[in-house]
Design a protein around this ligand. Sequence first.
Ligand code: 5GP
Length: 189
Amino acid sequence: MVKSDNIDNIIDHKLFTQEDIHNMCVRLGKQLTEDYAGKKPIVVGALKGAIYFLTDLTREMDVAHQLDFLDVSSYGDGFESSGKVEIITDLSADVKDRDVLIVEDIVDTGLTLQYMKDLIKKRGAKSVKCCALLNKDARRENDVVVDYYGSDVGNEFVVGYGLDFLNMYRNLPYIGVLKPEIIQKYVNK
Ligand code: 5GP
């Protein structure tokens, strides 16, 4: 657990406590256990933001599954989507005829998720669904379906529990909103 004052000092306010996150994982894990009963899905973690959620979520799923990872980037090093998606690290598994569950940290514009779903469908998967921890519905720019999610979130930039700012602060055990001055400090650089 992170105790450093330095990390807590960058947070304006907490949005989700560790207990909130745990409860979301339990609820989603139960639902996925029912929906994937009798199947052997490939669970694809979207790097790097989803790794904390992925490890907690899958331990709440009583379903035999295989793990894989996909790193696609639309954000560069900032906090606004660039709108252009590219593969950084590809899947290692063959998804043909498989049920695939993408695990995402947060769906914002939806461009990244749409790209991942299209890619996996094009490779012949039997089904492709997504379980995201957070859903920024108001920011959506397409009609991609977030099949399962933990909670809606407003138009705020959140960090912690895998979610980063400039690839930092992922290890915060809760999810919070960055102080505006922290963002300004980097934006004005
Ligand atoms: P989208 O393609 O849906 O616009 O962006 C999805 C990705 O953007 C997420 O996987 C995440 O990496 C990043 N992202 C979107 N909103 C936030 C946010 O509020 N905080 C952080 N840390 N990352 C975000």
